[in-house]
Design a protein around this ligand. Structure first.
Ligand code: ADE
Length: 238
């Protein structure tokens, strides 16, 4: 997979892409990251990438020209067709199913904007998939782009080692993760549930599934309803 990232702050990505699973995935050749500074495509003497909003109002708006030129220049550098993604609080909510969709693509092109927003013709003209990572406003799309990259890259076959492979269980079937314990068996008076120490794998699996259901029901009634709905649809199909 090739991941292009267009941003005004490429240096923000160094730590995330250079650490842990995103770094190892690149070292294994599963993914390569290509960062482009949108400001390199500014054409005026001041290297402007934004301006005041027509009609007034606070904040600056990203100009069409530098974003269009950056996208078109970057896309010409590789034959693979890219899925254009714009990070914005107006977008579709990013979740595990979107991450799975994106993990099947050959090339992603993420556009992270700073300032108050984008000229709307960037959306009209480039027709990107608009993604939001949650109902809150960040200072820019960079952190959102990093969230998307991390969630997608860890799904690439081979990205997770054997020791962290189990970590992708949560959400795969719509339930939260079960509680986990490691040594010691007792810590400050808190003990590990007996069933986990007995070595009966069927009992352990049963206990874990029950814990996942309880947690989901209590903490995320929205996910619980979706899980029950999916199960009743599945039963109705049979
Ligand atoms: N840019 C600013 N806030 C954002 C959010 N919540 N998701 C995606 N991009 C953003």
């Amino acid at each position: 997979m090739l991941i292009d990232i267009l941003t005004l702050f490429p240096e923000m990505f160094d730590a995330v892409l250079g650490t842990s699973i995103p770094k190892r995935a690149a070292e294994k050749g599963l993914v390569s990251y290509h960062l482009t500074n949108i400001r390199d495509f500014a054409t005026d003497a001041h290297k402007s990438v934004d301006d005041k909003s027509f009609g007034g109002g606070p904040g600056m708006v990203m100009l069409c020209q530098s974003v269009f030129d950056a996208v078109e220049s970057v896309e010409r550098q590789d034959y693979a067709k890219s899925v254009r993604i714009l990070l914005t609080p107006q977008g579709r909510l990013f979740d595990q199913s979107v991450a799975e969709e994106l993990a099947a693509m050959d090339r992603l092109l993420l556009i992270a904007g700073h300032y108050e927003g984008f000229d709307d013709r960037i959306v009209q003209g480039l027709k990107p998939m608009e993604l939001s990572i949650g109902d809150y406003v960040l200072s820019g799309g960079e952190l959102a782009a990093m969230v998307v990259v991390d969630a997608v890259v860890r799904l690439l076959p081979g990205a997770l080692g054997a020791e962290d492979g189990a970590a992708d269980e949560s959400f795969a079937d719509g339930l939260l993760e079960y509680p986990q314990y490691t040594r010691p068996r007792e810590f400050r008076g808190m003990t590990v549930p007996e069933v986990l120490l007995g070595g009966n794998h069927a009992e352990i699996a049963k206990w874990r599934l029950e814990q996942r259901k309880q947690r989901t029901k209590q903490r995320r009634p929205d996910l619980w309803r979706a899980y029950l709905q999916k199960r009743s649809d599945g039963l109705a199909d049979k």
